[in-house]
Ligand binder design. Structure first.
Ligand code: ATP
Length: 457
């Protein structure tokens, strides 16, 4: 309960401090859509940059791609999304609320049964035996469970005015698969190699809220690693470790992370697990890692008629590569970062401060420039102009210095630079550390090096 209160506090802080706002709010909002504000967009961009640095820039044999959101609908036949990308849903006959049967069971069973391994009939029986009622009106009168496809449909106008059905992609992964041969040839890539992408995905989800945990529009950061079948197991273990290390290096507390193997594997999958985070709502998925055999490329070969075979340059052996898929939601990771960084501290004077202990590399602003008094603003603006060429900086001259420190703590700015009367004399400034609140004196022309050293990821 206490933890859930923290989620409310985080949602509230996000709104008041320009991090995340409810989507289309002035029109009453739209369920499960959220807009990143000026502070939030920096946070999310920094998370994406850190991911790209780790999974593309610093990873040999990894190639980035930015594929189209709208794809030939045959892609979704090949991937299996048109036939089986669905959730078990049922409607309350009394108030017409639509619910996910598996979610209803999970929140009641608290880990004692796993709806992922149950058939629709078994779920209906569990719901009836345990009198699971509608969370909105409280009646227990459900329609039978039906599978609802999660893909958003739209139509594309063609020359003769007719329209044809296409989909907003429900995952970015297919953009990597359909470009496998293009990238392999154009980059002269040799197995093993990876293709990575960051991009929007859309799912027509019915969700219980939980802020940006599950939204209908979100960004994914995905990486497909193409390897020999015989290297599948070791590559899967490698990616599990790489995924975990990335989260730890980003500053996520180890005790809030755990691996969870999937109870039910898809028929083609050799292994699959999630990295879960201990959210205010409880443990749930943050990140998925799967050894998918050569299923994806084989299906694209079958449906497109184009060869997905790779020829080993040393042995001349031809084979369709095995894939290790790594996938994480940028928004879900943003939620994890927000929950993990949030802290309430009691200060020596008895006051409370809320502070976001973001890793400096992903903090929205690296520096806040604060003139001690308004008549120092000319010098302070000079300092801002100088430093903003290198870092994302905030500038604030409104209110007492204490209040300004509090505001910066709440958005996780690692360094506050105060310009005071000594600055005019000797070109030094006061630098306050967000976490320790200790202050040191530094020459203006040494700040760039000082901050650069601290924000390395
Ligand atoms: P879940 O079990 O939570 O529905 P999933 O297993 O369907 O997730 P994947 O298809 O493996 O998820 O997607 C990969 C990642 O994308 C997830 O680990 C999660 O971080 C993110 N993700 C998936 N769906 C959503 C969503 N609706 N909103 C935000 N992030 C999402």
């Amino acid at each position: 309960m206490e933890k859930l209160k923290n989620l409310d506090k985080i949602v509230n802080l996000c709104k008041t401090r320009g991090i995340i706002f409810p989507g289309s709010e002035i029109y009453g909002g739209m369920g499960n859509t959220w807009d990143y504000g000026p502070v939030g967009v920096e946070l999310k961009n920094n998370i994406k940059k850190a991911w790209w640095k780790r999974f593309v820039q610093e990873s040999p044999n990894t190639y980035g791609v930015d594929a189209a959101i709208l794809m030939n609908p045959r892609v979704w036949d090949a991937s299996g999304h048109t036939s089986s990308f669905s959730d078990p849903k049922m409607d309350c006959k009394n108030c017409k609320t639509r619910c996910r049967a598996d979610n209803l069971i999970s929140s009641h069973a608290k880990g004692k049964v796993n709806p992922d391994t149950m058939s629709n009939e078994e779920m209906e029986k569990y719901i009836s035996d345990n009198h699971l009622c509608c969370p909105v009106c409280g009646k227990c009168d459900w329609t039978p469970i039906r599978q609802f496809n999660l893909m958003f449909e739209t139509s594309r106008g063609v020359i003769d005015g007719a329209s044809s059905k296409i989909y907003l992609r429900p995952e970015t992964a297919q953009g990597e698969f359909v470009n496998f041969a293009n990238i392999q040839r154009s980059m002269r890539a040799k197995i093993p190699f990876g293709i990575a992408q960051i991009g929007k995905a859309f799912r027509n989800e019915i969700t219980p809220g939980n802020f940006i945990f599950r939204t209908i529009e979100f960004e994914q950061m995905e990486h497909q690693y193409f390897c020999k079948d015989t290297d599948g197991n070791s590559s899967y273990e490698l990616f599990k470790q790489k995924a975990f290390d990335f989260l730890i290096d980003l500053g996520i507390k180890k005790q809030n992370l755990r691996f969870k193997d999937h109870d039910k594997l898809a028929h083609y999958a050799k292994a699959a697990c999630d990295i879960q985070y201990n959210y205010p709502m409880g443990w749930d998925e943050l990140n998925g890692i799967h050894n998918r055999s050569n299923y994806d490329l084989s299906r694209h070969q079958e449906f497109s008629g184009k060869s997905m075979e790779y020829t080993d340059p040393f042995t001349n052996e031809k084979f369709i590569p095995n894939v290790i898929e790594y996938s994480i939601g940028a928004d879900r990771l943003a939620l994890v970062v927000l929950c993990d960084a949030y802290d309430e501290e009691i200060l020596e004077n008895g006051e409370q401060r809320v502070v976001m202990h973001f890793h400096p590399a992903i903090a929205p602003y690296k520096i806040a420039v604060l003139p001690l008094q308004k008549n120092l603003s000319e010098k302070a603006k000079e300092v801002f102009t100088l430093l903003s060429k290198k870092f994302m900086c905030d500038y604030d001259e409104a209110g007492s210095i204490g209040k300004r420190y509090r505001r910066q703590d709440e958005i996780g700015t690692p360094y506050c630079i105060t310009v005071d009367f000594d600055t005019i004399q000797d070109n030094t400034v006061n630098v306050r550390d967000r976490d320790t609140m200790k202050q040191i004196r530094i020459k203006i022309d040494e700040i760039e090096q000082f901050v650069s050293n601290k924000i390395v990821f």
